[in-house]
Write a protein that binds this ligand. Structure first.
Ligand code: SF4
Ligand code: SF4
Length: 336
């Protein structure tokens, strides 16, 4: 299946980094994890398919077995949807019909200060562990005699993780542009496996989260780059409920992200289900709200060629960054 004419281009990491003067985040643990992802996991994307095909009585039976296995392999959430051309990045093709979407939580204890080295490592750690999960699901599907392809959570995938996650029933789209799960909140990462085994699909949900976002502005206030919008965008397309989408200003977000440990501040400050995921589940001392580091935002980067970037509105370009209570300014003595 080919991508739709309306599909966005895949995020062009190299062009975006070039627009902000190159990659600057240097953390040994992150480099080690990235090395394992690119030099070990990527090599395990393909494998032998068993000659004998396992027969299933129904798509429901096949879906149930694969979901049980996905949870066994480390997923915290799993859902299934049919792939459509709009779920595929421009210029890419996907040979399969169904996507098995999986998500894995990031640990709240590592987002006590954002952005920070700890939060950066946690983001990449979950890219790695969820990478293991999708590889194991793919190996299992091949052992049943069926082909499949891996859509790794780290980025260079053919499928757009967010529309797939929404259709697979993971949650609703938040003002910060990430999916909010009704139980787990937004602090998780997603990946998927595409296959053509006939599978029963899940359905998108309406749990009132999008309505809640219309009244809450926590991520908007705590975004150190002022990149999150006040209003839904009339030009950014619709979410699965038919609402205009909230569109983050990538030209403002990316320079902050690239200079400040992949930022991610909008996720742990999200108040949706905050109390649930802020609990101290395993005896670790945690606070109920993160300390957000506010530093002067770099200049916006709008120099990536138009045909290499997706649409984003220029949000709050003329407004100074709001300084909420609980914020933290970096100074020369800060060690984050
Ligand atoms: S990642 Fe940081 S800069 Fe980007 S939208 Fe979220 S809070 Fe704002
Ligand atoms: S912080 Fe509030 S407005 Fe932002 S995504 Fe979460 S619930 Fe929505």
């Amino acid at each position: 299946m080919k991508a739709s004419e309306k599909s966005p281009v895949n995020f062009q990491w190299n062009d975006w980094y070039e627009a902000v003067g190159g990659r600057k985040i240097q953390i040994d643990e992150v480099d080690a994890l990235l090395n394992k992802i690119y030099n070990d996991q990527y090599l395990r994307f393909h494998g032998e398919i068993a000659e004998k095909k396992t027969a299933f009585h129904s798509p429901e039976e096949a879906a149930e077995l694969i979901k049980i296995k996905a949870l066994e392999f480390g997923a915290d959430m799993v859902g299934i949807c049919r792939i459509e051309p709009t779920d595929i990045y421009k210029g890419r093709e996907v040979a399969h019909t169904f996507a098995i979407a999986v998500g894995q939580k990031m640990l709240w204890r590592n987002f006590q200060v954002v952005p920070s080295q700890e939060s950066a490592i946690e983001c990449v750690r979950v890219y790695y562990t969820l990478g293991e999960t999708v590889i194991k699901i793919a190996e299992f599907i091949r052992s049943l005699g069926y082909d499949c392809s891996i859509e790794h959570p780290i980025g260079d995938s053919d499928l757009l993780h967010i529309p797939i996650g929404l259709k697979a029933g993971f949650g609703e789209l938040g003002r910060h542009g990430s999916i909010i799960h009704p139980v787990h909140g937004p602090l998780f990462r997603m990946g998927s496996v595409a296959t053509s085994i006939p599978l029963a699909c899940d359905t998108p949900i309406d749990a009132g989260i999008a309505d809640f976002c219309d009244k809450c502005r926590a991520c908007r206030i705590y975004c150190p780059a002022n990149a999150i919008p006040d209003e839904r965008s009339k030009s950014g397309g619709k979410d699965h409920l038919g609402n205009d989408r909230y569109m983050v200003d990538t030209g403002k977000c990316f320079p902050y992200f690239a200079n400040h440990y992949y930022c991610s501040a909008c996720l742990p400050v999200c108040v949706y289900n905050h109390k649930e995921w802020a609990r101290d589940f395993e005896g670790h001392a945690t606070t109920s709200f993160p300390l957000v580091v506010f530093e002067n935002a770099p200049l916006p980067a709008d120099t990536v060629a138009e045909d290499k970037k997706h649409f984003y509105p220029k949000n709050n370009r003329d407004k100074p960054v709001e300084i909420p209570a609980g914020k933290h300014h970096l100074d020369k003595t800060s060690k984050i």
